[in-house]
Design a protein around this ligand. Structure first.
Ligand SMILES: Cc1ncc(COP(=O)(O)O)c(C=O)c1O
Length: 369
């Protein structure tokens, strides 16, 4: 079976370095928020080109805390997309904010700037509480950030990027995670940069926001046992940080490996089904390689029978989930989102996927469509 992703292959690829890092931490006697976390924060900030990086327990916390650190108050409204991991919207609500959903662009599958403008113009009584935008660089494809940042500026809105799927992706040569006021990354095991457990990190160019995040992630403490503000426990442990320090050294080459697989799929599947759009001014890091086809469910079943594992990211948009249905504000039509989620299919992609397997996926998909 060709797996859709394989975190264990990621461990085996750098086993010696990872085992050494784990042994170092276990022998150190210090297990939470220590020198490994500090070093990882520095190394991650350098990789992204951000001034500050603050490690937290997971990506959901990273989204929620980034908005709190930007100064949003409970009840403030945040614009984001419905075509994302449910975590993006769960995090907005966890922070005490109100999500307002906008549609996606039919080519990029990320936030549609026209829909964003319409939502801002049509939000009526919510207008006073609109404070921020969370664009999601879904599948490793950067959003149309030039347009989104313009709209944010014109409307006095803050921007916190959700970079959970875009470690290393870039717009006009600038890495995602440096484009807004803050940015949240998940470091879940299957991500382009993944821990072997839960982990997350927030980047920002602003020292004050960085400082605020350091306080927020541990009970509002600047000094131990003195809570200056109401904080949370969202600490990263030393084991995950040490593992991430090994893996970040290989992130550029792991992204290149994903791009090589994407090139094979592009060449083999162009004209067979809808392949991912690639914006000229962007670097796509292919967290997922997502095709679109009308008979998606049938194709997925046939691929499984032929030994190709696939996933659907995501089968239901957030506003279609029982927990959110009829509760979230639908200010604009989400019809592109609804059409796209019924047609998408994620093909196997991870850095260690053998090239022969990628070629086999192309042959099998082509023979089934
Ligand atoms: C776009 C997006 N946002 C947020 C998250 C939340 O990350 P985590 O699972 O680490 O909490 C994820 C990962 O699942 C994600 O893909």
């Amino acid at each position: 079976m060709i797996l859709p992703s394989d975190p264990k292959a990621g461990y085996l690829a750098h086993q010696k370095e990872i085992d050494e890092a784990v042994g170092r931490v276990l022998n150190s006697g210090w297990y939470i928020l220590g020198t490994e976390v500090e070093q990882f924060e520095k190394e991650f900030a350098a990789f992204i080109g951000a001034r500050n990086a603050v490690a937290v327990a997971n990506g959901t916390d990273a989204v929620a805390l980034s908005l709190r650190a930007l100064g949003l108050q409970p009840g403030d409204a945040v614009l984001t997309v419905s075509h994302t991991a449910v975590a993006t919207v769960a995090a907005i609500e966890m922070g005490g904010f109100q999500p307002v959903l906008v549609d996606i662009d039919p080519g990029r599958y990320t936030m549609c700037p026209d829909s964003l403008s319409k939502a801002i113009a049509n939000c009526g009584r919510l207008a006073k509480r609109l404070k921020a935008i969370v664009p999601v660089h879904l599948y490793g494809q950067p959003c149309d950030m030039d347009a989104i940042l313009d709209i944010a500026r014109q409307n006095g809105l803050l921007v916190s990027e959700d970079c959970s799927q875009s470690h290393g992706a870039a717009v006009n040569g600038r890495t995602t995670g440096t484009l807004g006021h803050a940015a949240a990354f998940s470091l879940y095991p299957t991500k382009n940069l993944g821990a072997f457990g839960d982990a997350g990190i927030i980047t920002t160019m602003d020292e004050n926001i960085g400082e605020q995040l350091r306080i927020l992630r541990q009970y509002g403490w600047r000094e131990r046992n003195r809570s200056e503000i109401p904080g949370v426990n969202s600490r990263l442990d030393e084991l995950q940080a040490a593992i991430l320090r090994v893996r970040i050294r290989h992130l550029a080459e792991m992204n290149s490996a994903r791009q090589r697989i994407a090139d094979i799929y592009d060449q083999g599947l162009r004209g067979v089904c809808t392949i991912p759009f690639r914006a000229k001014n962007c670097t796509h890091v292919f967290h997922q390689y997502v095709i679109r086809t009308e008979n998606r469910n049938l194709l997925q079943r046939k691929l499984k029978d032929a030994g190709v594992g696939t996933m659907i990211h995501y089968p239901l948009a957030v506003h279609q989930q029982p927990a959110y249905m009829e509760r979230l504000h639908e200010i604009v039509s989400l019809c592109t989102t609804e059409r796209v989620v019924s047609e998408i299919l994620s093909l196997p992609i991870y850095p260690e996927l053998p090239i022969v397997s990628a070629n086999r996926v192309v042959d099998i998909v082509s023979s089934l469509i």
